[in-house]
Design a binder for this molecule. Structure first.
Ligand code: GLC
Length: 583
């Protein structure tokens, strides 16, 4: 029954970093990372990493916005969930023109989240529970409020301060045409014109995102030195790694040409230029200079698999987000092809794959999988899209087990473990620039950033104290039934499924580290074994399927009926090792 066997790149990485999990799900499962005898182990090859969007996680001071004290108070929840690391979205001072991806000061914490001492306490306390910390670094741009940009504006044309950015005169007789025809990732223009002190129109500056996010000039030595120093600043505070935002974009063609029709790979004026790899090689050297090497995780959106893999060469990033599976529709053939492609593209560079069902930019899985168009693309998001949440939830449960069974590193975006849906927010509360820059056509990304429900009661369903201010984005009434407290009391909840899955993944070396072998169980089924002893079977078809021979059922995303796996479900089975006829 075996077809090809793929050895995951993590097979050589040795024993689990985890040790034995505690018996009680309410107790911390880990030793502190720094205390472990295997602290140098390449933990990131098989880690489960939980993404914390601080603003919406837990609000300890009751001002309606999440904060670091809220995260600290909920660390036992994260330990009980069974995650190895937390990735925090940008937590720095910022005017929040793009949810904090407009950083005003890299060496401080946004006052509404806390302060540096609080961040240090959080990193330490998480570490004591065996949970590592990854923070977000945004190299492509900074906030227009950052002191460098303010100095550049004040210093004027031709000044050294402006050379850290891309200031240019406009085209045309009056300089009123943009210097290039580049299109923003958020739609619209990539240039904004400045005003001279005397009120006349001045130079333009480049921003691939919003005007509040001026692009840095990575040919400038200050920009390179500053970022390496920022890395050390946080690594010295115990941060285990960085997530690198928009990692394929920072280097620009200095000539700032117009967009070519069909640029050769590496020759696009602002995407994935060949020179970019020098930056990450230098960062890797910084990361490797620590006794416990720090980890680089890239946000690399590139369709070309070979170009993507270049970022994962041994002297560059350790891992990068694999968004391919997340964009696929709920279709066995499309998803299987994506998984095979992903594993095949990672193998030659020796990097583990990552599995991502969503993040703070993406429509929530229970919503996505409940729609006719169940794939994901930024330009297909619309208000009022019909959604079958019961179907979507069933599929999201199946997808959670499928991805947790794949070889590599697993990401969980906060709230997905509760099965929270995407929220269709009233237009007047939306803050996301993607909404505004689409002319109001795209609902934007705030619908997956709504504050978490913890208790199901009170003004913010336990997100903040009972007498707290209303949460910064309104929670729908349906969030109450999905609150953590309610799900903890329900063995069939999404939360229980995630906890069970992560506990099994932690306990079982085969599931976490074993070779993957594909099995053919029909066109609508995704089936594989890990280590020859555990099988993951996902039924994406319309009819129940019979289970193959097995020793026992480990976990199922929906109840099995008469030994059959129902539609839109995944089951994990303990199976006899291949070739063992004794069962
Ligand atoms: C990344 C972030 C996104 C942000 C953008 C610009 O894609 O995930 O939230 O808007 O970069 O920094």
């Amino acid at each position: 029954m075996d077809s090809d066997v793929l050895s995951p790149a993590d097979a050589a990485s040795g024993a689990s970093a985890a040790g034995s999990p505690g018996a009680s799900p309410a107790l911390p499962r880990h030793q502190a990372p720094t205390d472990r005898p295997d602290a140098g182990h390449e933990w990131w090859r098989t880690a489960v990493i939980y993404q914390v969007y601080v603003r919406s996680f837990a609000d300890a001071d009751g001002d309606g916005t999440g904060d670091l004290a809220g995260v600290r108070a909920r660390l036992p929840y994260l330990a009980a969930l069974g995650v190895d690391a937390l990735w925090f979205n940008p937590w720095y001072p910022s005017p929040l023109a793009d949810g904090g991806y407009d950083v005003a000061d890299y060496r401080a914490i946004h006052p509404m989240f806390g302060d540096l001492a609080e961040a240090e306490a959080l990193i330490r306390e998480a570490g004591e529970l065996g949970i590592r910390t990854i923070i977000d670094i945004v190299p492509n741009h900074i906030s227009h409020e950052h002191e460098w940009f303010q100095a550049a504006l004040a210093a004027g044309p031709g000044s050294p301060e402006r050379e850290r950015f891309w200031f240019r005169p406009g085209r045309g007789e009056h300089g009123d045409q943009e210097p290039t025809d580049w299109v923003s990732s958020f739609q619209g223009s990539t240039w904004t014109r400045t005003t001279n002190p005397d009120g006349t129109p001045g130079e333009w500056y480049l921003h691939l995102f919003t005007p509040e996010q001026p692009d840095l000039n990575w040919n400038h030595p200050d920009v390179r030195a500053e970022h390496e120093d920022v890395l050390r600043f946080w690594f010295d505070r115990g941060v285990a790694g960085v997530r690198i935002d928009s990692a394929a974009l920072p280097v620009k063609d200095e000539a700032l040409p117009m967009l070519p029709v069909d640029p050769a790979p590496g020759q696009h004026p602002h995407v994935d230029r060949d020179e970019i790899h020098d930056i990450y090689r230098a960062w890797r050297a910084v990361a490797d200079s620590y006794e416990q090497p720090r980890v680089l995780v890239g946000e690399v959106w590139l369709e070309d698999a070979a170009r993507f893999a270049r970022y994962l060469r041994p002297d560059e990033m350790h891992t990068a987000f694999n968004f391919d599976l997340m964009t696929q529709p709920w279709d066995a053939e499309a998803m299987r092809r994506s998984i095979r492609r992903t594993l095949a593209e990672h193998a030659p560079v020796g990097a583990p794959a990552t599995w991502v069902l969503s993040n703070h930019d993406i429509t929530r899985p229970v919503t996505r999988y409940g729609r006719e168009d169940s794939g994901f693309a930024f330009d297909r998001k619309r208000f009022g899209t019909p959604t079958d949440l019961a179907l979507g939830t069933r599929r999201a449960r199946a997808a959670a087990l499928l991805t947790a069974a794949l070889p590599g590193c697993l990401y969980i975006y906060q709230g997905d473990e509760l099965g929270l849906p995407e929220v269709e927010l009233p237009r007047e509360v939306i803050e996301d620039p993607m909404h505004f820059r689409s002319g109001g056509v795209d609902p934007g990304r705030d619908g997956c950033r709504v504050p978490l429900p913890w208790s199901g009661d009170g003004v913010s369903l336990g997100f903040g104290p009972d007498d707290a201010a209303e949460p910064w984005l309104p929670q729908p009434a349906a969030f109450a039934a999905l609150a953590v407290e309610r799900q903890e009391a329900d063995a069939s909840s999404m939360l229980a499924l995630y906890r069970d899955a992560l506990a099994l993944r932690r306990d079982r070396d085969d599931l976490r580290e074993g070779d993957l072998a594909w099995h053919e169980l029909g066109a609508d089924v995704i089936a594989f074994t890990r280590g020859g002893t555990v099988a993951s079977i996902t039924n994406l078809g319309g009819a129940p399927i019979a289970l193959p021979d097995h020793r026992g059922v480990l976990l199922a995303s929906s109840p099995l009926a008469a030994g059959m796996l129902p539609p839109d479900s995944t089951v994990w089975l303990a199976v006899e090792p291949a070739g063992d006829e004794s069962a």
